[in-house]
Design a protein around this ligand. Structure first.
Ligand code: 3PG
Length: 206
């Protein structure tokens, strides 16, 4: 189901503290035209939020992000996540995802990381942190020696409405990830209509 990200070319990176925010947020994204989201394992509520959306909003393709250990991969899978991502490349995390048949996108930032990921059979890689690492220019140069392998990247970190096109215009970019349309302040203040508006605007720019 990771193809859902590639189809829409945008994956909102969500941090949720409260399970009761999961559904309204999912609805705000759907209203804006987006049926995919990554819920990060950075809060205690992450697994419950994924489960809620998987059960009550099956039209949403929900993935789990920030999976840092095999145990979190297990919880993500048990909660109903249909794909997983991580900021880095942890072979133990990847092995668990493979064992559970959870499509997985590890994070990379260097040529060595890319070669290690390719060697482990991954060809969809999160490029993180995209902005601080050097942005689209850096990603273009980094991907140069590897584009012919068919590898695709999901740059994340520092992407927003102003710079998203520069990433999407690169042929090695499958999709972009980011929190700008689901910013934690917007979620905390339950500004669902703004989230819908920002989602619609982002999709229009794709
Ligand atoms: C991630 O985990 O992918 C990033 O925290 C998202 O980065 P952003 O908040 O800069 O969009």
């Amino acid at each position: 189901m990771i193809e859902g990200i590639l189809e829409k070319r945008i994956c909102p990176v969500v941090v949720l503290d409260h399970v009761e925010d999961a559904e309204p947020l999912a609805d705000a994204l759907l209203e804006g035209g987006l049926n995919v989201m990554e819920i990060t394992f950075r809060t205690d509520a992450a697994a419950d939020c994924i489960q809620k959306i998987a059960n009550d909003r099956p039209e949403i393709i929900v993935g789990a992000g920030t999976l840092l250990c095999p145990e979190q991969v297990q919880r993500a899978k048990d909660s109903g996540a249909t794909f997983g991502l991580a900021p880095g490349l942890n072979p133990q995390v990847l092995a668990k995802a493979n064992e559970l048949e959870l499509p997985f996108c590890p994070g990379v930032m260097t040529p060595t990381d890319i070669e290690e990921a390719l060697g482990l059979g991954c060809d969809l890689l999160k490029f993180f942190p995209a902005g601080p690492a050097g942005g689209p220019k850096f990603l273009k140069a980094l991907a140069g020696p590897y584009a012919h392998t068919g590898v695709k990247f999901i740059p994340t970190g520092g992407i927003n409405r102003a710079n998203m096109r520069e990433y999407l215009d690169l042929s090695v970019v499958g999709a972009i990830g980011g929190s700008w349309m689901v910013d934690s302040v917007l979620v905390k203040e339950k500004r669902w209509a703004e989230i819908t508006w920002l989602t619609r605007e982002a999709l229009a720019a794709v």
